[in-house]
Design a binder for this molecule. Structure first.
Ligand code: SF4
Length: 418
């Protein structure tokens, strides 16, 4: 039986065959340093396990993200997994996910990843419309997206996610409905459906600034999102976060670790970890990451110490956007009756129309219902404002500017390029 999310491990694999126009994750098309990267990643895992040895718990999830982890060979994934098992305790039923690009896999490679210990695959499919895939600069065809899921089953994977994106420029309701229907027909255990974001510093953002693309208007975006929630819930998927839907029992444990503000170690360039009330960031630059690991053992560029106060706000913010706010957790961890604070002050209309309250396992949970997910941003802002009023304090959600001294630049390799 899968353990409750408690402690995660994230590994960032910074290579992609070709950059997609919308993507702001750190990755390089140049793969000449792949072997060096794997050996330094292993060094970093060994050093990280030692550095945080007092705070480690059995890992309930491991996530190979990126970038494109499926550009590593099964042997490389196997070596990394062996290092993780040697250096950390991996729960025997841990969820071990690997992100794959459908254009970079074969039945043999998937069998090899399974043999290495991967038990969940996540495919970036994005669309089943060839024109949309071309626009996004994806390297695979719609058919290859379907074949990826089929061969994953043949290789023995019984826990598979696919990512799809809506609100692409010029996307019609008909083309999104078609992608959604083809996605549901694959009957994967999990579907992540994201609205396209024009992230700064991406080619897509430049195209936007030059007037070469036009985003969907807010009403159309909301319409596509509502249609998505409705179709996926009718197909038996439970929405457990703004963009994430799972068959019962298949919510992604690794995502839940983040959203429940639990701890996780992170390795690889640009990876972010959170442990012992400290958030840390690795260099977002392969050369600097290599130098840092060679010099310090870890790739950390900076760390930030979170106060209890910020932990409280962060737990509330992440919780309301995903599986809800636990009365027990806020009492145990922060000594406050969060529910009373919210119930007594929340407008009846919001409470009745957009939230649900239920008892489970001796706890009481307040969470968004499907109408609430559709206006998740507004509700999160409202709940944080209520907390600020009740606690007489403010949450600086961005950079904790008022607590600059909590950000500690490491002594060597300070660099603005990270
Ligand atoms: S394959 Fe994934 S990580 Fe790589 S550029 Fe495309 S979206 Fe980004």
């Amino acid at each position: 039986m899968r353990p409750h999310p408690d402690f995660g491990v994230y590994l960032h694999i910074p290579f992609c065959e070709k950059k997609c126009v919308y993507c702001d994750f750190y990755s390089l098309e140049n793969m000449e340093h792949k072997d060096v990267f794997v050996s330094l990643l292993i060094e970093e895992i060994i050093a990280g396990a030692k550095k945080y040895s007092d705070h480690l718990r059995p890992a309930t999830s491991v996530f190979f993200g990126g970038g494109t982890p499926s550009l590593l060979t099964p042997e490389q994934i196997s070596t990394i997994m062996e290092t993780l098992r040697d250096q950390l305790t991996i729960h025997p039923d841990a969820e071990i996910t690997m992100e794959c690009n459908p254009g970079t896999i074969s039945i043999e490679s998937l069998r090899g990843y399974k043999q290495a210990g991967i038990n969940r695959l996540s495919f970036g499919i994005q669309s089943f419309n060839q024109e949309e895939l071309n626009f996004l600069h994806r390297i695979h065809t719609p058919e290859e997206g379907k074949v990826a899921v089929r061969i994953a089953r043949e290789a023995g994977f019984d826990n598979v996610n696919i990512d799809i994106i809506f609100a692409l420029p010029n996307q019609t309701i008909a083309s999104w409905t078609s992608t959604l229907e083809q996605a549901m027909a694959l009957n994967t255990e999990h579907i992540s459906a994201y609205s396209l974001i024009f992230e700064e510093k991406t080619p897509l953002f430049s195209m936007l600034q030059k007037g070469l693309v036009k985003p969907q208007d807010e009403e159309r975006d909301a319409e596509l999102y509502a249609l998505t929630i409705d179709a996926l819930s009718k197909a038996g998927y439970i929405q457990y976060e703004v963009s994430n839907f799972a068959k019962p029992g298949f919510a992604c444990n690794h995502n839940r670790t983040y959203w429940q503000a639990k701890e996780y170690l992170a390795f690889g360039p640009s990876a972010h970890g959170f442990i012992s009330k400290q958030r840390y960031w690795n260099y977002r630059n392969l050369k600097r990451y290599f130098e840092a690991v060679r010099l310090h053992g870890t790739g950390e560029a900076s760390i930030e110490v979170l106060t209890d106060h910020n932990m409280l706000y962060e737990t509330a913010f992440l919780g309301i956007r995903s599986e809800g706010l636990s009365k027990r957790r806020f009492l145990t961890d922060f000594g406050i009756d969060l529910h009373a604070m919210i119930f007594d002050r929340l407008d009846a209309q919001i409470l009745n129309e957009f939230l649900q309250v239920y008892d489970t396992d001796g706890d009481t949970i307040i969470s968004l219902n499907s109408s609430g997910f559709a206006i998740c941003d507004e509700i999160s802002v409202r709940i944080i404002a209520l907390l600020e009023e009740a606690l007489g304090s403010e949450w600086d959600a961005k950079g904790y500017e008022e607590e600059d001294d909590s950000i500690i630049d490491l002594p060597i390799l300070q660099d603005k390029t990270r």
